[in-house]
Design a protein around this ligand. Structure first.
Ligand code: ZN
Length: 237
């Protein structure tokens, strides 16, 4: 479900839209990771965004290059981390340590390592463990609540899929769901659990999904756009 096309250099740049009450005109921002944000004043129709972005392609590319030079390890090692799913936020500290590991307090993650590469690895492994701890029991709860059962679940790191359900009843869950809002995570679980009844996207299937989550199209849309907002270090293994 929710396949996100991989981009190539020929594609127009991907961007996020933030609606602003204060902005008077459209603005472009580029984060240290190269993520493009369009600030959209409330009174401007979103249909104008694609052409606005296209017109500023050159500026975007230049700024992304500048950001990459300014923040060479931003992509590898984030300065902060937020799980929308659980409303948790951390500031990251990188420290010297013989054994690469992550120590978490309520709001600080201390990553001990000897180099950037092993720090990133430790962070990814920490993310895997959080996904196991948080997403797996959550899926089981939704399964119990709906009375839709599955055989097995696995956590995956994938760039193009949020989840899947096999005919043998194995549900795969993308660990990047931790970065999505809680109701959207719930929707993904409902989406996959409904596949245990209907292995397709037929009218009957969507009627079943709708029964459990009437506002599902909204979450389907968040997932379709959402992969773009996931920090890149979290999409690789
Ligand atoms: Zn599906």
């Amino acid at each position: 479900m929710s396949n996100v096309k991989e981009t190539t250099s020929d594609d127009p740049p991907l961007y996020q839209i933030r609606i602003s009450q204060r902005a008077k005109r459209m603005q472009l921002k580029v984060s240290p990771l190269g993520v493009i944000e369009v600030v959209l004043p409330q009174n401007i129709n979103p249909k104008h965004v694609p052409s606005f972005v296209a017109e500023h392609q050159h500026w975007i590319k230049q700024t992304q290059k500048k950001m990459a030079a300014l923040y060479p390890t931003a992509e590898l090692l984030p300065g902060s981390l937020e799980f929308a799913a659980t409303n948790q936020q951390w500031r990251l500290e990188y420290l010297e340590g013989k054994c690469a590991r992550v120590a978490a307090t309520n709001d600080i993650l201390r990553v001990y390592s000897q180099d950037d590469k092993s720090a990133q690895k430790a962070l990814q492994q920490w993310l895997n463990r959080r996904a196991d701890e948080i997403l797996m029991p959550w899926l089981h709860n939704v399964s119990d609540e709906l009375g839709l059962t599955f055989k097995r679940t696995i956590i995956r790191a994938q760039k193009t899929r949020w989840g899947s359900c096999s005919s043998s009843g194995t549900i795969s869950i993308n660990r990047a769901l931790l970065f999505m809002p809680p109701n959207t995570v719930r929707y993904l679980f409902i989406h996959e659990l409904c596949h245990t009844k209907e292995m397709n996207h037929s009218v009957r299937y969507w009627a079943l999904v709708e029964r459990y989550m009437p506002d599902y199209p909204q979450h389907e849309q968040i997932l379709n756009q959402g992969m773009r907002a996931i920090p890149r270090w979290a999409l690789t293994t």
